[in-house]
Write a protein that binds this ligand. Structure first.
Ligand code: GLV
Ligand code: MN
Ligand code: MN
Length: 417
């Protein structure tokens, strides 16, 4: 139904913006952290594609971009689709981009076929979904949904102390419309799975039932710098050692099986002063916890907090401070929208299965405003993602966007002219 080559061309063209040569994999990767020059350039490209497709483009105070295709009933709430185009620093071409470019491809296809819809269709690009630069994920969509305030978002800083508000202004993406989104009629997001489940089952399409809870915090370990050669072990308050203990403790929590399907990751760790012959005075680390069960997540967080207190008490001169970066509960998607997606897949003769998302998505925020669900597209290489090896075939991408097109048409009400 959609034009697979045109979709693929959009994906590969966008991936050139912020592209870099990844030494580890020998592949071209994408580094497009939110509101960097690369992200700003990618936004300009996407906005130009939206305008070429006849969409009316608006940008809100959070930098979220919306492209609107009018319906025959312009007073009806729109059916919204979209995702994000910011990336982690070691990304591939698909995470988020498939949902945005897939939405634009659906509009191009409707235009070509002269298909109008009763409800407007809007394609959204949400700001800072990854949360890698400013520390809170799903940020633009969380502000759009009213869970976080614009003031909170604008005041967030990157590691160089630059605020999100200033970076919006610098890059020219501080728009002027209200960042709070009027409730759409429904929201549907197409995204790569970023995991192995669809491939393991030999199924091309996933109908996403919801998103597991996510807890992000930054832990700073305060110890005492000391000479590596002269300071006896019993006199040390080694912040690096304490950080390592926290990492091992988290793994023990996971392996204990007592916290449901807990996952725990320390993806960022630096020690200070970061020199060979000095006992670390300070360590900064992030803790990413995921759990589909909010009660189990709360127990895991409490166990970690208790362990930090225990470590503090175990050695003189050792203290911890923690800062909440992000926290989202388990979100269940709308069963009616899931059913519409499943029927759309059936219509295209595509096998599908239902699955929970392990990754965070803008859809989990917009779900607070309107009936929402997601379409997952199968990935290769165990669904590796946040990595230049991330790959879904042109066929798999087109199949997912075909399902998106049919789902959007059903929700928006096709009117043939
Ligand atoms: C978003 O990419 C996440 O971290 O789940
Ligand atoms: Mn994503
Ligand atoms: Mn991602």
């Amino acid at each position: 139904m959609i034009d697979a080559d045109r979709l693929w061309h959009s994906l590969t063209t966008l991936a050139e913006i912020g592209a870099y040569d990844d030494e580890r994999t020998g592949l071209r990767g994408v580094n497009r952290l939110a509101l960097t020059d690369a992200d700003a350039a990618a936004r300009r490209q996407v906005a130009a594609w939206m305008e070429d497709a006849g969409l009316a483009v608006r940008v809100d105070r959070m930098g979220n971009i919306y492209g609107r295709r009018e319906g025959t009933d312009p007073t009806a709430a729109p059916v919204l689709t979209g995702s994000h185009i910011d990336s982690v620093a070691t990304a591939g071409a698909f995470d988020g981009c498939l949902g945005v470019l897939g939405g634009i491809e659906v509009v191009r296809t409707l235009n070509e076929r002269g298909i109008r819809t009763e409800r407007p269709i809007e394609v959204a690009v949400f700001t800072e979904e990854e949360g890698v630069r400013f520390g809170t994920d799903m940020l633009g969509s969380a502000v759009a949904a009213g869970r976080l305030t614009l003031e909170y978002a604008h005041a967030l800083t990157d590691r160089d102390g630059r605020t999100l508000g200033a970076e919006l202004a610098r890059t020219g993406w501080a728009g002027d419309t209200d960042a709070r989104l009027d409730p759409p009629y429904a929201y549907v997001e197409c995204h790569i799975e970023q995991g192995p489940v669809l491939a393991e089952h030999g199924v091309p399409v996933g109908v996403v039932t919801g998103v597991q809870g996510i807890s992000w915090q930054e832990i700073t370990v305060h110890g005492r710098a000391a000479h590596a050669g002269t300071t006896p072990t019993h006199l040390r308050a080694d912040a690096g050692l304490a950080a390592a203990q926290v990492i091992l403790f988290l793994r023990e929590l996971v392996d204990s099986g007592e916290y449901g399907e807990l996952r725990a990751t320390v993806g960022h760790l630096v020690v200070h002063p970061d020199l060979t012959n000095i006992v670390p005075a300070r360590a900064e680390m992030t803790v990413d916890l995921r759990n589909p069960d909010d009660a189990q997540m709360a127990r895991a967080e409490a166990a970690l907090a208790a362990y930090l207190r225990e470590l503090e008490g175990s050695r003189a001169g050792l203290t911890f401070s923690t800062r909440r970066m992000a926290k989202t509960a388990y979100v269940a998607f709308d069963e009616g929208v899931q059913k519409t997606i499943a029927e759309a897949a059936d219509e295209h003769g595509l096998a599908h299965l239902s699955l929970l998302s392990g990754a965070g998505h803008d859809a989990q925020e917009i779900a607070a405003l309107c009936p929402t669900a997601m379409i997952f597209v199968r990935g290769e290489y165990d669904g590796i993602s946040h990595n230049p090896r991330e790959y879904s075939t042109p066929e798999a991408c087109a199949q997912g966007v075909d399902v998106l097109a049919t789902t959007l048409l059903r929700l928006a009400g096709a009117v043939h002219v």
